[in-house]
Design a protein around this ligand. Structure first.
Ligand code: NAI
Length: 294
C-alpha cells in the first residue's frame, strides 16, 4: 500500500524557541503549507518581530521552557488564539561548548539540562494529554546528531541530546496505536547563531535552517520518526555502528568530528555564548570568562 501523504493545510502548530534559527525557519515552512503558527521564545521582542515579519496571523508569546507553567501558558495562549494544537515542535535549546566536562562551570551544565532536557520534557508532558484527548497530534522533538554520539568539548550538550533521543524513542512506543505521532529531528551542524565559530568536519557539510525545516514538514506529511538532516547521515550512522569501537573512533578523528565542539573560535562564539548564558532566568549567568564582549 502506498504511504499516506498528509495534507497540513489549516493545522495549528506551536514552536518553542522560534524567534530565530531553526524554529523561525520551521515556522516559515509551516506557513507555506497553510498552517497556523504560534511561536514562543524567551526573547519576546525578537519573537514579536519574527511573527510580524512572517505574517499570515503568526502569534508570538513569551516562553521560558525551563518552567512547566510557562509552557502550559504558551500552549493555552496558542490554543485560545488559533484553536487546538495539532503539532508541537520542542525546539528551544542552547549549546555551550569548548570545555571538558570537568572544566565546565556548574551553572553552564545546569542551564543546558534545564533548557534542553527539562524544556523538552515539559513540552511533552503538557501536550501529550491534549493530543490523547483528541486521538491525534504530532510531537516533534529537536535533538541533534550529538544525541547519537559523544563529541569532546560538548559532553553536557551531547548528554542532553541523548536524553531527547531516548525520551522520544520511549514516547513513540508509549503512543503506539493512539493516533498521536512522534518525530525525532537529528541535524548535523546548522548555520545558526548557536553554531557560530565551530570547526567544520571533513565529511559532512553544514546545513541551513531551511533544510531542517523542510525535513520537519516532510516528517509531518509522511509520518517519519527518524529525521536526520541531511538524510545521508542515516546511512553514515548505520555504517559507523557496524564498525568496532576503535574503527568508529578512528574514523571520527579522521573526519575531524572530534574537534567540532572543542576547537572553537572563541571570538566568533562570544555573542552567542553571552546570549546562551542568560537563557535560564532561574540561574546566574555563570562563568564570567564565557561572557566576552561581542
Ligand atoms: P538559536 O540559538 O538560533 O535559536 C534558539 C532559540 O531558543 C532562541 O531564539 C532562544 O531565545 C530560544 N531559547 C533559549 N532558551 C530558551 C528558553 N529557556 N525558553 C524559550 N526559548 C528559549 O538555535 P538553533 O540553532 O536554531 O537551535 C534550535 C534547536 O536545534 C536547539 O535545540 C539545538 O540544540 C538544535 N540543533 C541545532 C544545531 C545547530 O548546529 N544549530 C544542530 C543540531 C540541533
Amino acid at each position: 500500500m502506498a504511504k499516506q501523504h498528509r495534507i497540513l493545510t489549516g493545522q495549528v502548530a506551536a514552536i518553542t524557541g522560534a524567534a530565530r534559527g531553526i524554529g523561525r525557519a520551521t515556522a516559515q515552512a509551516f506557513l507555506r503549507e497553510g498552517m497556523k503558527v504560534a511561536i514562543g521564545d524567551l526573547d519576546l521582542a525578537t519573537a514579536q518581530q519574527t511573527a510580524k515579519e512572517l505574517g499570515h496571523g503568526t502569534v508570538a508569546f513569551e516562553l521560558d521552557v525551563t518552567q512547566r507553567e510557562s509552557v502550559k501558558a504558551f500552549l493555552d495562549g496558542a490554543e485560545a488564539q488559533l484553536g487546538p494544537i495539532d503539532v508541537l515542535v520542542n525546539n528551544a535549546g542552547i549549546m555551550q561548548v569548548g570545555h571538558t566536562i570537568w572544566e565546565e562551570d556548574d551553572a553552564t551544565t545546569q542551564r543546558m539540562i534545564d533548557i534542553n532536557v527539562n524544556g523538552v520534557m515539559h513540552g511533552v508532558k503538557e501536550i501529550v494529554p491534549r493530543f490523547l484527548a483528541r486521538g491525534r497530534g504530532h510531537v516533534v522533538n529537536v535533538a541533534s546528531t550529538a544525541g547519537k554520539g559523544g563529541f569532546p568539548g560538548g559532553g553536557t550538550y551531547c548528554g542532553t541530546k541523548h536524553y531527547v533521543v531516548g525520551l522520544t524513542e520511549a514516547l513513540r512506543a508509549e503512543l503506539r496505536g493512539t493516533g498521536v505521532e512522534v518525530s525525532c529531528v537529528m541535524p548535523v551542524v546548522v548555520n545558526t547563531e548557536l553554531a557560530s565559530g565551530l570547526t567544520e568536519t571533513r565529511g559532512v557539510k553544514t546545513v541551513q535552517p531551511d533544510d531542517v525545516a523542510g525535513e520537519i514538514v516532510s516528517a509531518l506529511q509522511d509520518l517519519r520518526f527518524d529525521v536526520f538532516v541531511p538524510r545521508s547521515v542515516a546511512g553514515i550512522t548505520k555504517v559507523m555502528n557496524l564498525l568496532p569501537r576503535n574503527g568508529r573512533e578512528g574514523l571520527s578523528r579522521a573526519l575531524k568530528a572530534d574537534q567540532v565542539l572543542m576547537q572553537i573560535d572563541e571570538g566568533k562564539r562570544a555573542a552567542y555564548e553571552l546570549r546562551a548564558s542568560k537563557s535560564d532566568p532561574s540561574l546566574e549567568a555563570g562563568d564570567p570568562t564565557r561572557q566576552l564582549t561581542p
